[in-house]
Write a protein that binds this ligand. Structure first.
Ligand SMILES: Cc1cc2nc3c(=O)[nH]c(=O)nc-3n(C[C@H](O)[C@H](O)[C@H](O)COP(=O)(O)O)c2cc1C
Length: 285
Protein backbone atom coordinates (compact mmCIF):
# COMPACT_ATOMS: atom_id res chain seq x y z
CA UNK A 1 0.00 0.00 0.00
CA UNK A 2 2.84 2.39 0.83
CA UNK A 3 4.53 1.67 -2.51
CA UNK A 4 1.23 2.43 -4.26
CA UNK A 5 0.85 5.63 -2.25
CA UNK A 6 4.34 6.81 -3.18
CA UNK A 7 3.41 6.50 -6.87
CA UNK A 8 -0.05 8.06 -6.39
CA UNK A 9 1.29 11.10 -4.48
CA UNK A 10 3.86 11.73 -7.23
CA UNK A 11 1.11 11.79 -9.82
CA UNK A 12 -1.04 14.11 -7.72
CA UNK A 13 1.82 16.52 -7.07
CA UNK A 14 2.92 16.51 -10.72
CA UNK A 15 -0.62 17.28 -11.82
CA UNK A 16 -0.66 20.32 -9.54
CA UNK A 17 2.86 21.52 -10.33
CA UNK A 18 2.92 20.80 -14.06
CA UNK A 19 6.44 20.69 -15.40
CA UNK A 20 7.66 23.33 -12.97
CA UNK A 21 9.79 22.75 -9.91
CA UNK A 22 11.16 19.65 -8.23
CA UNK A 23 9.17 16.93 -6.53
CA UNK A 24 10.78 15.61 -3.38
CA UNK A 25 9.77 12.67 -1.23
CA UNK A 26 10.69 12.61 2.44
CA UNK A 27 11.53 9.05 3.53
CA UNK A 28 12.24 8.20 7.17
CA UNK A 29 15.49 6.33 7.49
CA UNK A 30 14.11 4.48 10.54
CA UNK A 31 11.47 2.77 8.38
CA UNK A 32 11.81 -0.99 7.92
CA UNK A 33 11.14 -0.81 4.17
CA UNK A 34 13.43 2.16 3.60
CA UNK A 35 15.34 0.69 0.62
CA UNK A 36 12.12 -0.32 -1.18
CA UNK A 37 10.60 3.14 -0.65
CA UNK A 38 13.74 4.79 -2.07
CA UNK A 39 13.65 2.58 -5.18
CA UNK A 40 9.93 3.24 -5.59
CA UNK A 41 10.53 7.00 -5.28
CA UNK A 42 12.95 6.89 -8.20
CA UNK A 43 10.65 4.65 -10.26
CA UNK A 44 7.73 7.03 -9.59
CA UNK A 45 9.60 10.00 -11.02
CA UNK A 46 10.42 12.06 -7.93
CA UNK A 47 13.31 14.43 -8.53
CA UNK A 48 14.67 14.21 -4.99
CA UNK A 49 14.71 12.07 -1.86
CA UNK A 50 15.01 13.82 1.49
CA UNK A 51 15.86 11.60 4.40
CA UNK A 52 16.03 12.09 8.15
CA UNK A 53 15.14 10.26 11.39
CA UNK A 54 18.51 8.55 11.48
CA UNK A 55 21.65 8.82 9.36
CA UNK A 56 20.98 7.72 5.78
CA UNK A 57 24.54 6.49 5.29
CA UNK A 58 23.64 3.88 2.66
CA UNK A 59 21.00 5.89 0.75
CA UNK A 60 23.04 6.24 -2.49
CA UNK A 61 23.20 2.42 -2.78
CA UNK A 62 19.47 2.23 -3.44
CA UNK A 63 19.10 4.69 -6.31
CA UNK A 64 20.86 5.93 -9.44
CA UNK A 65 22.78 9.17 -9.85
CA UNK A 66 19.75 10.68 -11.63
CA UNK A 67 17.80 11.43 -8.45
CA UNK A 68 18.84 14.22 -6.09
CA UNK A 69 19.66 13.17 -2.54
CA UNK A 70 19.28 15.38 0.51
CA UNK A 71 20.01 14.38 4.09
CA UNK A 72 18.06 16.07 6.88
CA UNK A 73 20.47 16.83 9.73
CA UNK A 74 20.49 18.72 13.00
CA UNK A 75 24.25 19.11 13.42
CA UNK A 76 27.46 19.67 11.49
CA UNK A 77 28.77 16.36 12.86
CA UNK A 78 25.92 14.36 11.31
CA UNK A 79 26.49 15.97 7.91
CA UNK A 80 30.25 15.42 8.12
CA UNK A 81 29.67 11.71 8.71
CA UNK A 82 27.25 11.45 5.79
CA UNK A 83 29.53 13.37 3.41
CA UNK A 84 32.53 11.27 4.39
CA UNK A 85 30.66 7.98 3.97
CA UNK A 86 28.92 8.90 0.69
CA UNK A 87 32.18 10.18 -0.73
CA UNK A 88 34.20 7.12 0.23
CA UNK A 89 31.63 4.47 -0.65
CA UNK A 90 29.69 6.00 -3.53
CA UNK A 91 31.69 9.03 -4.77
CA UNK A 92 28.59 11.14 -4.17
CA UNK A 93 27.92 14.38 -2.36
CA UNK A 94 24.53 15.48 -1.01
CA UNK A 95 22.79 17.54 -3.70
CA UNK A 96 21.29 19.73 -1.00
CA UNK A 97 20.76 19.53 2.73
CA UNK A 98 17.89 20.33 5.10
CA UNK A 99 19.13 21.61 8.45
CA UNK A 100 16.44 21.10 11.05
CA UNK A 101 16.60 22.88 14.40
CA UNK A 102 14.93 22.14 17.70
CA UNK A 103 11.79 24.20 16.98
CA UNK A 104 10.66 21.78 14.25
CA UNK A 105 7.67 19.46 14.36
CA UNK A 106 7.61 15.70 14.57
CA UNK A 107 10.81 13.79 15.34
CA UNK A 108 13.69 15.89 16.58
CA UNK A 109 17.43 15.29 16.30
CA UNK A 110 18.25 16.42 19.85
CA UNK A 111 18.18 14.64 23.20
CA UNK A 112 15.07 14.89 25.34
CA UNK A 113 17.18 16.42 28.13
CA UNK A 114 18.48 19.22 25.90
CA UNK A 115 14.97 19.90 24.59
CA UNK A 116 13.47 19.96 28.10
CA UNK A 117 16.20 22.26 29.36
CA UNK A 118 16.01 24.52 26.31
CA UNK A 119 19.75 24.03 25.81
CA UNK A 120 19.72 23.03 22.11
CA UNK A 121 21.96 25.08 19.82
CA UNK A 122 19.96 27.61 17.84
CA UNK A 123 19.21 27.02 14.18
CA UNK A 124 21.18 30.06 12.97
CA UNK A 125 24.34 28.77 14.67
CA UNK A 126 24.02 25.29 13.14
CA UNK A 127 23.31 26.79 9.70
CA UNK A 128 26.38 29.05 9.96
CA UNK A 129 28.63 26.18 11.04
CA UNK A 130 27.46 23.93 8.20
CA UNK A 131 27.64 26.66 5.54
CA UNK A 132 31.20 27.52 6.64
CA UNK A 133 32.27 23.90 6.27
CA UNK A 134 30.23 23.03 3.15
CA UNK A 135 29.62 26.28 1.23
CA UNK A 136 28.95 24.38 -2.01
CA UNK A 137 25.95 22.39 -0.69
CA UNK A 138 22.62 24.28 -1.10
CA UNK A 139 21.14 24.53 2.40
CA UNK A 140 17.48 24.75 3.44
CA UNK A 141 16.80 25.68 7.05
CA UNK A 142 13.80 24.25 8.89
CA UNK A 143 12.18 24.56 12.29
CA UNK A 144 10.21 27.51 13.58
CA UNK A 145 10.35 29.50 10.33
CA UNK A 146 7.04 31.31 10.44
CA UNK A 147 7.25 34.79 8.92
CA UNK A 148 9.34 36.93 6.60
CA UNK A 149 11.58 38.11 9.44
CA UNK A 150 12.45 34.48 10.26
CA UNK A 151 13.30 33.85 6.61
CA UNK A 152 15.49 36.96 6.44
CA UNK A 153 17.30 36.07 9.68
CA UNK A 154 18.08 32.50 8.65
CA UNK A 155 19.16 33.49 5.14
CA UNK A 156 21.50 36.06 6.69
CA UNK A 157 23.03 33.15 8.62
CA UNK A 158 23.79 31.41 5.31
CA UNK A 159 20.68 29.42 4.37
CA UNK A 160 19.85 29.33 0.65
CA UNK A 161 16.18 28.65 1.37
CA UNK A 162 13.74 27.49 4.01
CA UNK A 163 11.50 24.51 4.64
CA UNK A 164 8.19 25.43 6.26
CA UNK A 165 5.85 22.77 7.64
CA UNK A 166 3.59 23.82 10.52
CA UNK A 167 2.35 27.05 8.98
CA UNK A 168 1.44 25.28 5.75
CA UNK A 169 -0.82 22.76 7.49
CA UNK A 170 -3.55 25.33 8.16
CA UNK A 171 -4.03 26.00 4.45
CA UNK A 172 -6.97 25.07 2.28
CA UNK A 173 -4.72 23.03 0.01
CA UNK A 174 -3.15 20.86 2.74
CA UNK A 175 -4.70 17.37 2.72
CA UNK A 176 -4.64 17.05 6.53
CA UNK A 177 -8.12 16.76 8.10
CA UNK A 178 -9.87 19.98 9.15
CA UNK A 179 -9.77 18.77 12.79
CA UNK A 180 -5.95 19.04 12.70
CA UNK A 181 -6.11 22.52 11.13
CA UNK A 182 -8.61 23.69 13.75
CA UNK A 183 -6.45 22.31 16.57
CA UNK A 184 -3.52 24.33 15.23
CA UNK A 185 -5.61 27.49 14.88
CA UNK A 186 -6.87 27.16 18.46
CA UNK A 187 -3.51 26.14 19.97
CA UNK A 188 -1.74 28.40 22.44
CA UNK A 189 1.87 27.95 23.58
CA UNK A 190 0.62 25.78 26.44
CA UNK A 191 -0.95 23.30 23.99
CA UNK A 192 2.39 22.16 22.54
CA UNK A 193 4.38 19.39 24.18
CA UNK A 194 7.37 17.08 23.85
CA UNK A 195 7.04 13.30 24.04
CA UNK A 196 9.08 10.21 23.25
CA UNK A 197 8.35 8.37 20.03
CA UNK A 198 8.75 4.61 19.50
CA UNK A 199 10.93 5.61 16.54
CA UNK A 200 13.59 6.33 19.15
CA UNK A 201 13.48 10.11 19.00
CA UNK A 202 11.84 12.83 21.03
CA UNK A 203 8.99 14.50 19.15
CA UNK A 204 6.90 17.65 19.37
CA UNK A 205 3.11 17.32 19.21
CA UNK A 206 -0.12 19.02 20.17
CA UNK A 207 -1.62 18.26 23.55
CA UNK A 208 -4.60 16.03 22.87
CA UNK A 209 -6.27 13.33 24.96
CA UNK A 210 -3.90 10.79 23.39
CA UNK A 211 -0.62 12.62 23.95
CA UNK A 212 -1.59 13.71 27.48
CA UNK A 213 -2.47 10.21 28.63
CA UNK A 214 0.64 8.53 27.22
CA UNK A 215 2.26 8.38 30.63
CA UNK A 216 -0.50 6.69 32.56
CA UNK A 217 -2.00 4.30 30.02
CA UNK A 218 0.94 2.88 28.17
CA UNK A 219 -0.96 0.08 26.53
CA UNK A 220 -3.71 2.34 25.29
CA UNK A 221 -3.57 1.81 21.56
CA UNK A 222 -1.66 -1.45 21.28
CA UNK A 223 -4.66 -3.70 21.76
CA UNK A 224 -6.32 -2.64 18.51
CA UNK A 225 -3.19 -2.38 16.45
CA UNK A 226 -1.92 -4.79 13.86
CA UNK A 227 1.87 -4.57 13.97
CA UNK A 228 3.31 -4.16 10.48
CA UNK A 229 6.85 -3.88 11.82
CA UNK A 230 7.06 -0.43 10.23
CA UNK A 231 10.08 0.87 12.15
CA UNK A 232 13.54 -0.68 12.44
CA UNK A 233 13.90 1.09 15.77
CA UNK A 234 10.62 0.03 17.40
CA UNK A 235 10.13 -3.10 19.44
CA UNK A 236 6.55 -4.26 19.41
CA UNK A 237 6.82 -5.57 22.97
CA UNK A 238 8.61 -2.62 24.52
CA UNK A 239 6.98 0.27 22.66
CA UNK A 240 4.67 2.32 24.87
CA UNK A 241 2.28 2.88 21.95
CA UNK A 242 1.98 2.25 18.23
CA UNK A 243 3.21 5.30 16.31
CA UNK A 244 1.64 4.27 12.98
CA UNK A 245 -1.72 3.71 14.61
CA UNK A 246 -1.62 7.07 16.41
CA UNK A 247 -0.57 8.95 13.27
CA UNK A 248 -3.23 7.21 11.19
CA UNK A 249 -5.85 8.19 13.75
CA UNK A 250 -4.65 11.79 13.38
CA UNK A 251 -4.87 11.52 9.59
CA UNK A 252 -8.46 10.34 10.02
CA UNK A 253 -9.17 13.42 12.14
CA UNK A 254 -9.70 11.49 15.38
CA UNK A 255 -9.07 14.18 17.98
CA UNK A 256 -9.14 11.76 20.92
CA UNK A 257 -6.89 8.97 19.65
CA UNK A 258 -4.70 10.80 17.15
CA UNK A 259 -1.12 12.00 17.61
CA UNK A 260 -0.80 15.41 15.92
CA UNK A 261 2.79 16.48 15.32
CA UNK A 262 3.51 20.21 15.28
CA UNK A 263 6.36 22.67 15.28
CA UNK A 264 6.80 25.13 18.14
CA UNK A 265 5.23 27.98 16.17
CA UNK A 266 1.72 26.47 16.08
CA UNK A 267 0.44 29.10 18.53
CA UNK A 268 1.13 31.82 15.96
CA UNK A 269 -1.38 30.39 13.49
CA UNK A 270 -4.64 32.28 13.77
CA UNK A 271 -6.67 31.24 10.75
CA UNK A 272 -6.87 29.38 7.47
CA UNK A 273 -4.92 30.75 4.51
CA UNK A 274 -4.17 29.59 0.99
CA UNK A 275 -0.65 28.42 0.15
CA UNK A 276 -0.40 31.38 -2.20
CA UNK A 277 -1.21 33.77 0.65
CA UNK A 278 1.37 32.16 2.97
CA UNK A 279 4.09 32.36 0.33
CA UNK A 280 3.10 35.92 -0.58
CA UNK A 281 3.26 36.92 3.12
CA UNK A 282 6.67 35.30 3.55
CA UNK A 283 8.03 37.12 0.49
CA UNK A 284 6.42 40.50 1.26
CA UNK A 285 7.36 40.51 4.92
C1 LIG B 1 2.74 17.15 11.22
C2 LIG B 1 4.19 17.07 10.90
C3 LIG B 1 4.73 15.89 10.42
C4 LIG B 1 6.08 15.80 10.11
N1 LIG B 1 6.57 14.63 9.60
C5 LIG B 1 7.87 14.58 9.22
C6 LIG B 1 8.39 13.40 8.62
O1 LIG B 1 7.68 12.41 8.44
N2 LIG B 1 9.69 13.40 8.25
C7 LIG B 1 10.51 14.49 8.45
O2 LIG B 1 11.68 14.46 8.08
N3 LIG B 1 10.04 15.61 9.01
C8 LIG B 1 8.76 15.68 9.40
N4 LIG B 1 8.28 16.82 9.97
C9 LIG B 1 9.20 17.97 10.14
C10 LIG B 1 9.06 18.92 8.96
O3 LIG B 1 9.43 18.29 7.78
C11 LIG B 1 9.85 20.22 9.09
O4 LIG B 1 11.23 20.06 8.87
C12 LIG B 1 9.70 20.97 10.37
O5 LIG B 1 8.49 20.73 11.03
C13 LIG B 1 9.85 22.44 10.04
O6 LIG B 1 9.52 23.25 11.12
P1 LIG B 1 8.14 24.05 11.18
O7 LIG B 1 7.09 23.02 11.35
O8 LIG B 1 8.33 24.89 12.40
O9 LIG B 1 7.98 24.84 9.92
C14 LIG B 1 6.93 16.93 10.31
C15 LIG B 1 6.38 18.12 10.83
C16 LIG B 1 5.04 18.20 11.13
C17 LIG B 1 4.50 19.49 11.69
Amino acid sequence: KNLEAIAREAEKARTIAGSRGLLGLNIMHAGTHYAQYCRQAEASGYDAILSGAGLALELPAYVSDDILLAPIVSSLRALQLIVKTWNRRYSRMPDFVVVEGSEAGGHLGFSREMLDQGSCPDLSGIVQEIKDQFPEIPLFAAGGIFDGADVRRIMAAGADGVQVATRLIATWECDAPQVFKDLLIRAGKEDIMLLDSPAGFPARALKTPFSLQLDDSLERNKAEMVCTNCLKTCSHQAAPYCLSHALMKAAEGDEAQGLFFTGSSAWKICGMQSVKEVVRDLMNE
